[in-house]
Design a protein around this ligand. Structure first.
Ligand code: DX5
Ligand code: ZN
Length: 232
């Protein structure tokens, strides 16, 4: 599997499966300088930026919503991978698409009718992802995962950056890979750094979210390259 570069990017779609993508999470970035922070990771050649949306209800923290995403859209050509850690995702999905999200992941724990929301996202012209928390069994996403473009496996309980990687939760990646085959991306989120990268890639993850491992370092390009090295 090759490691992707953004040089041959032609549009803002989630890249097709077959490459390993690093998706820096803005949660550990300086929120007062978000556009500059995103530009730094863009200069490292990533294709995706992971936008953590929290509502203070589904998770005990609050971050950004559509107005901030709409402003950021003017400053970046990266794929906006929006991770909705919110209750009632169906109610807000369209607002995130209008703001400029290219991919939308919602939580199975928060969705009343996941099939319907996946269909709605596809009709709105974006790719769709389903996410499961560390405490949620693979069976909960078994029927909807094949309808998605990407499945997101949480390896921390959502809400905060810089938490410790949960190895037991990561094992679900192998089971999900068996269910979805090679054409659907599997993203992993929480505690990803050069050490944990080799574990999750060996399980079959191809989309690596990393917040603290990138934004806590002054040299973001070097931090991304260290994760790339660990993929080899
Ligand atoms: C956690 C978020 C993650 C988080 C990852 O609720 O969904 O995207 O920012 O951060 P790190 O890489 O620091 O664990
Ligand atoms: Zn996330």
């Amino acid at each position: 599997m090759s490691i992707a570069s953004n040089k041959d990017k032609s549009d803002l779609r989630l890249p097709k499966a077959g490459t390993i993508e690093i998706a820096p999470s803005i949660l550990s970035a300086d929120f007062a300088r978000l556009a500059d922070e995103i530009a730094q990771v863009e200069s490292a050649g990533v294709n995706i930026v992971h936008l953590d949306v929290m509502d203070g209800h589904f998770v005990p923290n609050i971050t950004i919503g559509p107005p901030v995403i709409a402003k950021l859209r003017k400053y970046s050509r990266l794929v906006f991978d929006s991770h909705l850690m919110i209750s009632e995702p169906a109610k807000y999905a369209e607002h995130f698409v209008e703001a400029g999200a290219n991919h939308i992941t919602f939580h199975i724990e928060a969705a009343d009718d996941p099939e319907r929301l996946i269909d709605k996202l596809h009709k709105l012209g974006v790719t769709a992802g389903i996410c499961l928390n560390p405490g949620t069994a693979v069976e909960a996403v078994e029927s909807v995962a094949p309808l998605c473009d990407m499945v997101l496996v949480m390896t921390v309980n959502p809400g905060f950056g810089a938490q410790k990687f949960m190895p037991e939760a990561a094992k679900k990646i192998s089971q999900i890979r068996e269910i979805v085959g090679p054409e659907i991306r599997i993203e992993v989120d929480g505690g990803i750094d050069p050490q944990t990268t080799s574990i999750v890639v060996s399980y079959g993850a191809d989309t690596l979210v990393a917040g603290n491992a990138i934004f806590s370092k002054s040299d973001r390009v070097a931090a991304i390259n260290a994760i790339r090295e660990a993929c080899k």
